[in-house]
Design a protein around this ligand. Structure first.
Ligand code: GRG
Length: 297
């Protein structure tokens, strides 16, 4: 029986250690830029995308260790998106991960550059000679392509663009679905697909993992929408009520809190059902699906 709390803590610690090794040292020039990158990456964070990547790899029979460079690349991309999302031109937030946002400490220009550099360094890492020594080159390219596509204009950035254009407008459930599956779901799905590919998944396992990832990614964002209404600012490490202030399209705004909760529970059940063909090795993924909808931070 997995103790999920201990499991998540241990996995996050492994990722933190690897991130610390992969990121440029803070005294390496240009030192302010490297400080800003480290400031945001090493500020904590659940590391849920890296943890999912490791769990997906193990679920298909691989070793969690094999995904660590890709998992760190994913966390760098995720952190870049948070830094840019917090900028005055976007959500204009002062707090993230329990501390002042990157632009509040380093200024807007440096925060933009820290985000740019993190996105780029993610691909430096993915393409670095020798990091995936045990994988065939075409598998590494496939993983890189999945991660790049999820981050780009047909993935997360596309979702963010539609999010910005939707602010203050009444949107349809279809647009809300697009928004959530792209802005948030894309990186979560790509983490699971990358983990499955690195672990050597069969076509069937890859397609089941994709169904799990689609449902769990959406569940994560619905839960995020709910937390913005009912969550605790201290626990979340950021301001709540922001979605309503910005006139953002969310599940609670469109369907009400109760319906949003029901939808999150349904998505959790759907994601667990997608893992039917997996055995005990997928237990962590099942528990994470439940955690995703019940989390408080
Ligand atoms: C600016 C290119 C660009 C993209 C922005 C990720 C994102 C897209 C915006 C952040 C705002 C937001 C609430 C997005 C939804 C995704 C999300 C729930 C982010 C927070 O992820 P967690 O909860 O954060 O995994 P930690 O800090 O634990 O890593």
């Amino acid at each position: 029986m997995i103790d999920l709390k201990a499991y998540l803590k241990e996995r996050a610690a492994r990722i933190n250690q690897a991130l610390d090794e992969y990121l440029p040292a803070e005294n390496e020039e240009p030192a302010t830029l490297h400080k800003a990158m480290r400031y945001s990456v090493m500020a904590g964070g659940k590391r849920i995308r890296p943890v999912l990547m490791m769990a997906a790899c193990e679920a298909v029979g691989g070793r969690a260790e094999a995904v660590i460079p890709a998992a760190c690349a994913m966390e760098m991309i995720h952190t870049y998106s948070l830094i840019h999302d917090d900028l005055p031109a976007m959500d204009d937030d002062d707090y993230r991960r329990g501390r002042l946002t990157c632009h509040k400490v380093f200024g807007e220009a440096m925060a933009i550059l820290a985000g740019d550099a993190l996105l780029t360094e993610a691909f430096v890492l993915l393409s670095a000679p020798g990091v995936f020594a045990d994988l065939p080159a075409e598998r590494v390219i496939q993983v890189t392509h999945i991660i790049a596509s999820a981050a780009g204009s047909r993935g997360m950035v596309g979702g963010q663009a539609v999010d910005i254009e939707s602010e203050g407008k009444k949107i349809t459930p279809e647009v809300l679905h697009y928004l959530h599956t792209h802005k948030t779901g894309a990186l979560i799905l790509a983490s699971l697909q990358a983990g499955a590919l690195i672990g050597g998944a069969s076509d069937r396992a890859f397609s089941d993992m994709t169904r799990y990832g689609e449902a769990v990614g959406l569940a994560f964002q619905v839960a995020d929408d709910i937390l913005d209404v009912v969550g605790d600012e201290k626990e979340l490490g950021k301001k709540t009520g922001v979605d309503a202030t910005h006139g953002k399209a969310t599940y609670p705004a469109l369907f009400g809190l109760d319906e949003a909760r029901k939808r999150a529970a349904l998505l959790r059940d759907e994601s667990i059902a997608a893992l039917e063909s997996f055995g005990e090795e997928a237990e962590a993924l099942r528990l994470i699906a439940d955690y995703v909808v019940k989390r408080t931070s």
